[in-house]
Design a protein around this ligand. Structure first.
Ligand code: ATP
Ligand code: MG
Length: 405
């Protein structure tokens, strides 16, 4: 197992920000600090566009990478090895780092923030490059080399790094406003949530259930998914809304072909009221065009007509396989595939409408006392705050380039 004391992270898009760059950086630093909190973290600093975490003792690289892979805004993660104070120390340490590698060609890059060092970066690059040619027999190629040996010279002395492990990208959690996500317990909605959180949004979660008509497994799944989301955004709220009384009314009084669409309309009506209460500015769903009958463009717009706040659908143009790939990468897949009975599978019609219009849905629900049903559901809603996130080992390790320390 590789151990490290220092790790550098690059900050992607934040470096393109203008006047409010500092604000984004501050959020990123606070989020990284939170993710690393249970490791022996000594300090986090921000040398030029980057983030440097120093630990008071050596820690498993894997654990640091896992934690930083949940910190949105980080573009790349570079483990750093402090190897001494002189170029002689570098020459002594290098072979043990390089011995198991066989790149076609390589380059040395030196970044020198300690300007009291007598040689220029270029001189150091040439000197160490010549040493590697002699020692390893490798060829130098400055443009697009197979391996780059990075040497940092700063107030801490000489450090080496070799690989950039891809970070999650995106923007720091908390920098992109607040919204409410309709979380079903299936595969799609946690992925939709993740993509919005990755752009900096903080989310509250809303789950509709049909207990006791359906078993309470969906409630447990929803809260497990929110505990996973809490790893990415910190403390999260989950609203549990009983939909059964509304569904019974719809089944009794409305045409069967529109059932699912009417369930969805009520979900949006209730969700927007909850979002307003929780200061959310939009609703997020896991809908994807054409995935099921209720997700044709006609049906999506006929349902959406009842919402006065934007309904964002980050998965709208994604294939199921793409969605599954993300679900596996973020750790939601295993929770989502646990069996449950979704409230929308309650009394499904044999032939659901695929091309409805808002007008037809208005007509279909004209027998219902909409306001009273919404109010009753809101009164019966329970809002929990979920402080405790899933254990870290439920966050999958990002893929690291093979062969490097
Ligand atoms: P998912 O989309 O999460 O995999 P699914 O495919 O079973 O679950 P769909 O029937 O495709 O769900 O529903 C589309 C979207 O509607 C979901 O992504 C979710 O945002 C919302 N939704 C459906 N059922 C519920 C529910 N019980 N509670 C909250 N939101 C729901
Ligand atoms: Mg779906």
């Amino acid at each position: 197992m590789t151990m490290i004391r220092r790790i550098l992270a690059t900050t992607n898009e934040i470096s393109l920000k203008g006047g409010n760059r500092r604000w984004f950086e501050k959020k990123l630093t606070a989020n990284a600090r939170r993710a690393l909190a249970d490791l022996p973290l000594q300090e986090i600093s921000r040398p030029a566009w980057r983030l440097l975490a120093v630990f008071s003792e050596e820690v498993p690289l894997e654990e640091v990478v896992r934690r930083l892979s949940t910190v949105f805004g980080i573009g790349g993660i570079m483990p750093i090895y402090h190897i001494g104070w002189t170029l002689e120390d570098v020459r002594e340490a290098l072979p043990s780092f390089l011995e198991n590698l066989s790149p076609g060609h390589f380059a040395v890059r030196c970044s020198r923030s300690d300007k009291s060092f007598t040689k220029t970066s270029l001189e150091v690059e040439r000197e160490i490059g010549a040493f590697i040619v002699e020692k390893m027999g490798w060829k130098v190629q400055l443009k697009d080399p197979d391996l780059t040996v990075h040497l940092l010279i700063d107030s801490e002395g000489m450090s080496l790094w070799f690989q950039k492990i891809p970070g999650p990208g995106g923007l720091p959690s908390g920098s992109g406003g607040r919204a409410s996500c309709l979380l079903s317990g299936g595969i799609d909605s946690p992925v939709a949530a993740y993509l919005c959180m990755k752009r900096g949004m903080k989310l509250d979660f809303i789950h509709f259930h049909s207990v006791p008509q359906t078993d309470p497994a969906s409630l447990e799944k929803a809260s497990d998914l929110v505990r996973l989301m809490a790893r990415y955004q910190g403390r999260s709220r989950l609203a549990l809304v009983p939909l059964l009384p509304i569904q019974e009314e719809i089944v009794a009084r409305c045409p069967a072909e529109y059932r699912v669409l009417l369930y969805r309309r009520f979900m949006l009506r209730i969700a927007q009221k909850l979002a307003m209460r929780l200061h959310g500015k939009a609703l997020i769903t896991g809908e994807s065009l054409g995935q099921v009958a209720s997700q044709t463009i006609e049906n999506l717009s006929a349902v959406e007509a009842v919402s006065r706040i934007p309904v964002l659908r980050p998965l709208i143009a994604m294939d199921k396989q793409q969605i599954i790939d993300i679900a596996r990468r973020i750790g939601s897949f295993e929770i989502s595939i646990r069996p449950h009975f979704d409230c929308c599978s309650f009394l499904l019609p044999e032939h659901p409408a695929t091309k409805s219009k808002a007008r037809q849905l208005d007509e279909a629900e004209s027998e219902l006392d909409i306001d009273a049903l919404v109010l009753e559901a809101l009164r019966a809603t329970e809002i929990d705050t979920i402080d405790e996130a899933v254990p870290w080992d439920e966050i999958p390790l990002p893929k690291t380039p093979a062969g490097f320390k």
